[in-house]
Structures are given as C-alpha cells and as structure tokens.
Design a protein around this ligand. Structure first.
Ligand SMILES: [Zn+2]
Length: 334
C-alpha cells in the first residue's frame, strides 16, 4: 500500500514536471482550440427560428467592473439588431460568438455617452468581419445624424489606413462607418415604426429620461414573439403601455440603496461634485422594484418581478423566444 502510494506520488510528480515543462505548448493548444471554436462556429447557427435577445452589455447605468456598457442584441431570424452600444460591448459580442458582420442595424435610445461610446469599435468590427459594402445603418431619434457624423469623422483616417494596408477588396471603402436614419420622436401614446422587414417590426416609443430629450425605447415583434427594450427612463406609463403583453421586457434599473452609499461616501470624503451627481442620477432612472412593478402591471411574460420569472441581466445572458410558441428559455453564455 505504501509502495503503491509512493508510486502514485512519483507518477504525479512526473506528470507535474512534464506539465510544467510543456506549459507553453499546452497553453498554445488551448488557444488554438479556442480560436478554432470561435472562428468556425456562430451562435446564430445554434438558435431556433424566432426572436432572441443577447445582453452584450448589462452594466448600466452605474459602471460595473464585470459588466460592459449598455448593449442589447435582438436577433430576429437571420438578422441582428443592436440597441445601444456601450463601451466594451463589441468585445462581448465576439465572446458570445455573435458575428458582427451580420449586424443589420444599430438603434440608439438616446445619446448619453455611456450608450454610444462603444459604437466606433462595433462599426469597425462589422466592416472588418464581413467586408461590408455599405455602412452600418444607425437608427435613432432626431439628433442621431450628428452622433454618426462625429464617429465617421473620428475614424476617417483609421479607415483609410486599413484600406491602404489590406486592400479595397478586403476592406471596401464604402462599407466603413455608419449612415444615420433619423426619425421624428413620436407623441406619447403613439408608436413610430422605424423598420419593417421580413416579418420584423421595430417600433419606437417615447420614454421619460428628462432632461435628456429625445429618449425612446423600442419594441420588436417577429413571428408571434415580442420584446421591449426600455433604454434609460424613470418609471414610465408609456413604456408600460408598449410593453403590455410582451414576452420579454429588458428594463434598466438603478439600485437607490447602492447610489445612497456612494452619495454618503462622497459626502464623508468631502467630494461635493460627486455628492451632487449621485444625488441627481436617481431622478431619471428606474429602481429594480419599479421595473418589477411595470413588468407585473404590463403582464410581461418574462422580466424582473417578484411573482414571475426573474433575472438580473449579465453580459452574455441569452433569452430564446422560439417562433410561434410561448417558450422562454434563459441561458448564460459567458
Ligand atoms: Zn441615459
């Protein structure tokens, strides 16, 4: 028994020494496999026909070290639409194996910096991944043109370098950047159909993120399934109206207790500017409890509520809504 034990120990030592000596090779093999898996497979091929939501950034409104800036990918059949593009969200899309070359359009809810500061990277990735011949359509309420112009100008030189380096066949100059598709903000109670294509309808509706105007949310309807993405808003009756009966509500939420702690900490640290900012942000967001109340009152199939299915979104959260069914399937991809 003792001999057997010593034998096992010897074997483990040999394995450990060999493993240590081969660590570079083992790491390279692992990376090789990872690269192959990520390049050869696509999340889109693994989804049933239907309307699906992948959170490419769940860290809003407060910055979160484990969550990227606000970003919601809505997949309708073969088409991918991205609602808001916060910092880091393009990388989350890559990690989820959602091919950015397949992005059919971006929709912005409003123009706060944390909702648009990942747009440059996403436009670049879409262009590089697919060699798109036309720029990315970016839909948004009036004012989206200035945002798009700004990104196009900032990235102009970088785009030229890439065409010069890789050639126009690989990086078609006409596919770089974005083209703005502005729409007039609808009145309260009225929806504005932003896009209708192959059975998908995207409707914008106004929310209340005052003093930020315009600010809208979006409703997606496809093959008998429906999703509402709130954007940033305080608790809002118009949002509740447009979310009535939807399968899935993706709603922002800000924890007032957490913000209260930040506020008190700033007070104690003698940081009056932070005291003011942490005091101000509470009045134009929704608390988790209020978001749950909206979901309950709008009779949503899935959201954040104490009586129904609950989920606090993370980067990589995937919700599948198979076509013409009532199934709601939740997965964590990362
Ligand atoms: Zn905002």
């Amino acid at each position: 028994m003792k001999r057997f034990g010593l034998g096992m120990l010897g074997l483990l030592v040999v394995l450990a020494v060999t493993g240590y000596a081969l660590r570079k090779t083992i790491t390279l093999r692992l990376i090789e496999r990872l690269v192959e898996r990520n390049m050869a497979s696509s999340l889109l091929d693994e989804l049933p026909d239907g309307l699906h939501v992948a959170l490419c950034g769940a860290g809003s409104p407060l910055p979160d070290p484990k969550r990227s800036g606000p970003c919601t990918a809505v997949i309708a059949g073969e088409r991918v639409y991205i609602v808001d593009v916060g910092a880091g969200s393009s990388r989350v899309l890559s990690r989820m194996r959602l091919p950015q070359g397949k992005i059919a359009g971006v929709l912005l809810t409003h123009f706060h910096s944390d909702h648009i500061d990942g747009l440059g990277e996403l436009l670049m990735q879409r262009w590089a991944n697919a060699g798109s011949a036309s720029p990315t359509p970016v839909h948004g309420p009036s004012g989206v043109g200035a945002v798009v112009d700004g990104f196009n100008l900032s990235y102009r030189d970088s785009q030229q370098y890439r065409v010069a380096h890789h050639g126009a066949d690989t990086m078609p100059p006409g596919g770089a950047g974005a083209v703005a598709h502005p729409f007039a903000v609808p009145a309260v109670d009225e929806g504005r159909i932003v896009l209708e294509r192959d059975g998908l309808t995207i409707t914008a509706f106004v929310v209340d993120h005052s003093p930020v105007r315009p600010a809208v949310g979006y409703r997606f309807d496809f093959r008998g399934r429906s999703v509402v993405v709130s954007g940033d808003t305080k608790k809002n009756a118009n949002l509740q109206r447009f979310a009535t009966g939807v399968d899935l509500l993706v709603h922002e939420a800000l924890n007032p207790q957490l913000v209260g702690l930040l506020n008190q900490g700033a007070e104690r640290a003698g940081r009056p500017r932070l005291v003011k900012i942490t005091d101000d942000i509470l009045d134009y967001h929704t608390t988790p409890v209020e978001a749950a109340e909206i979901a309950r009152d709008a009779d949503v199939g899935y959201a954040e509520t104490w009586s129904g299915p609950v989920s606090v979104g993370r980067d990589g959260t995937l919700v599948r809504l198979p076509a013409d069914s009532e199934a709601i399937e939740l997965d964590e991809l990362l």
